[in-house]
Design a binder for this molecule. Structure first.
Ligand code: TXA
Ligand code: MG
Length: 321
């Protein structure tokens, strides 16, 4: 392991003070949330937000999520609450739910990728909470990976991808959820799910999921290839992962395995998991481990499409391309 870069700091009073100073100076800060690490900048500061897009290599039309300490702080960012948004915020904030609403006119359009709507969320992580209260600014924060790469679930992943483009990374350990927040258009009467997450349609009540075509128009981020490591990713049905890995070995590539079963001889054991929530926590780190282990293809065992399993399978299919 490389020694940690000195921009990775403990989230103590000193680290938080450094993070706030960087944000007030228009610089970028990596911070943990319950889902994945975010790459934060002052959402109201155009040039700070432009730095996010540059550091990630992110297309300018892919809008950012604005993070707030609580629902009382939506004022400068959101034009109008809807009854639906109020109910969802009451039920799920703080937590891994992002609401799309009409954007306030003073919110820079670079933050919203040029859209008249804005995505907002209140993260449920003590370090993110303390940072948001201390900094006193809404923070635009996409996942803190280079565009197209697996999202970071540990502080070291942030420095691996972004190096010193990020001034400070607050190290809060591994993220407890591991997949990104559920994104919901909350402007209408029923929630419209734009991106699956650990909060499911069933949790939301009477939610609709947009069709693929509508999703592309409504949520620009889902248009791009995502979550892909440099090695190939193959998805195998439950109970067939070890056999699939064994078969792929016959093709003469180094094969890695992420499964509930142990790896057969000759296959690199990348990660073991017990259920969908456990795979959610481990998936992105496992994809990065597979890369560093130099495997040519990593076989990942599928999980059931229920609960967080649906989000995990969505990410897995995108990673597999
Ligand atoms: O869990 C998360 O949401 C993490 C943590 C850091 O909070 N953030 C995250 O951000 O995943 P990002 O930028 O990687 O993904 C944001 C997603 C993209 O698919 C983007 O297109 C969508 O949210 N989005 C943002 N603003 C939107 C808007 N106004 N309308 C529709 N979709 C929007
Ligand atoms: Mg992302």
């Amino acid at each position: 392991m490389d020694p940690p870069l000195d921009n990775v700091v403990a989230p103590d009073a000193h680290g938080l003070a450094r993070a706030c100073a960087a944000l007030w100076a228009g610089e970028l800060v990596g911070f943990p949330t319950e889902t994945v690490y975010g790459l934060g900048a002052d959402a109201m500061d155009e040039s700070a937000v432009a730095r996010i897009f540059a550091a990630k290599g992110r297309p300018a039309d892919n809008p950012l999520i604005v993070h707030l300490p609580d629902a009382e702080h939506v004022g400068p960012v959101v034009d109008a609450w809807t009854p639906l948004a109020r109910r969802l915020a009451e039920d799920f904030w703080p937590g891994p739910l992002t609401l799309v609403l009409d954007a306030a006119s003073q919110l820079p359009r670079v933050t919203t990728g040029g859209l008249a709507t804005v995505a907002v969320r209140v993260p449920d992580h003590p370090v993110a909470q303390t940072l948001l209260w201390d900094v006193g600014r809404p923070l635009a924060a996409p996942s803190a990976n280079r565009s197209g790469r697996p999202s970071p679930t540990e502080a070291a992943h942030v420095s691996q991808d972004l190096g010193d483009a990020v001034r400070v990374v607050l190290d809060g350990g591994p993220c407890p959820v591991g997949v990104e927040s559920t994104v919901v258009d909350a402007r209408g009467r029923v929630p419209l799910v734009l991106r699956e997450g650990s909060i499911t349609r069933e949790d939301l009540g009477a939610a609709e999921t947009v069709t693929d075509g509508d999703r592309l128009r409504a949520s620009p981020g889902t248009r791009y290839r995502h979550y892909a490591p440099t090695c190939r990713v193959a998805v195998a049905a439950a109970g067939t992962a070890a056999a699939t890995a064994h078969r792929l070995m016959g093709e003469g590539v180094t094969v890695g395995l992420v499964a509930t079963e142990p790896p057969p001889p000759g296959v690199v054991g990348v990660a073991r998991f017990v259920d969908a929530a456990d795979l959610a926590r481990q998936l992105y780190a496992a994809l990065r481990t597979a890369e560093t282990a130099g495997v040519g293809v990593v076989v990942v065992e599928a999980v059931g499409e229920a609960g967080v399993g649906r989000a995990v399978m969505d990410r897995l299919r995108r990673a597999a391309g």
